[in-house]
Design a protein around this ligand. Structure first.
Ligand SMILES: [Zn+2]
Ligand SMILES: [Zn+2]
Length: 288
């Protein structure tokens, strides 16, 4: 009897968990105006062929249908929503089945924050983070860093992609610099050796990888992914072995792609494609 009860509990538990893990399909296709914004602001999307663009749009709509975006002391524009979703989709683009079950809300702050999530005062060094403990399932991003990540094409920095890479890393339970779900076991030890060596190069000032990458393996992986998704050709030239690993992990041959805005860019004085009736520069395109 007890056994039966336990079994029932286990099975119900399984199904509850299973239904929690279900992401809903987006209700509508992406509105035209959002495609215009993506095409003008996200090089990764803009340089895709038409079929891949449709997939990207679907994944963006799916993300937005399942993850809440909450502005804290700031406004959230359509472009902010799109950039957050794009940052989620870019790293997993080769895995259309991927869903961020470990995320249900992104809190968008106006600027950088400190360890207590305060946006004023000193010591505000944090531009993004993945929540743990009571903040489990939440990501915090600064709007300035989010925008900057897509505006500057050569600084090898993209805060939002960095945070989503932590979530991908975390999908196996721990943020340790090894996204086990995407990583074949036999490569883990050689990967650790390589990371050790590369962190040492940073510490001894012989690397163009951002010093923050030397913090630990997990930060190294996230910092390296910013480099990979922003300047893949440069990464391949400077760190061919690291590049090969990332290509293998993410199944994306990025160094072969031309990243540029191939669709018409929106002029600063054009009407904003989000249909607010304002000029682009006073709406989604405002400088933060
Ligand atoms: Zn990090
Ligand atoms: Zn707008």
């Amino acid at each position: 009897m007890l056994f039966l009860l336990l079994a029932t509990l286990l099975i119900t538990g399984y199904f509850i968990r299973d239904s929690m893990d279900k992401w809903e399909a987006p209700e509508a296709a992406m509105p035209r105006r959002w495609k215009t914004l993506l095409a003008s602001e996200v090089r990764f999307y803009s340089s895709l062929d038409i079929d891949k663009k449709h997939l990207f749009e679907y994944k963006v709509m799916e993300f937005l249908a399942n993850c809440k975006i909450t502005p804290i002391e700031t406004k959230v524009h359509d472009l902010d929503r799109l950039l957050i979703a794009a940052s989620a989709v870019i790293p997993i683009f080769a895995f259309p089945e991927w869903k961020y079950y470990n995320l249900d809300e992104v809190l968008l702050y106006s600027s950088s924050f400190n360890d207590n999530f305060e946006t004023e005062g000193e010591d505000r060094r944090i531009f993004g983070m993945v929540g743990t403990g009571y903040m489990e399932g939440k990501m915090i991003l600064s709007r300035g860093a989010l925008r900057q990540g897509f505006q500057n094409e050569s600084d090898r920095r993209n805060t939002a992609i960095h945070e989503f890479v932590h979530l991908i890393d975390k999908a196996d339970g721990v943020i340790d610099g090894v996204p086990s779900l995407l990583f074949e076991k036999q490569y883990v030890l050689p990967w650790f050796d390589m990371v050790e060596k590369k962190i040492h190069e940073i510490e001894t000032d012989r690397s163009d990888i951002r010093p923050y990458g030397a913090t630990n393996r997990a930060e190294f992986f996230a910092v390296l992914c910013e480099y990979f998704f922003e300047c893949p050709k440069l990464l391949e030239r400077k760190h061919p072995q690291l590049y090969d690993y990332l290509e293998m992990i993410f199944h994306q041959r990025l160094s072969e792609r031309e990243f540029k805005i191939v669709d018409a860019e929106i002029g600063r004085n054009d009407p904003c494609p989000c249909d607010s009736g304002k000029k682009f520069k006073r709406c989604c395109g405002d400088v933060v």
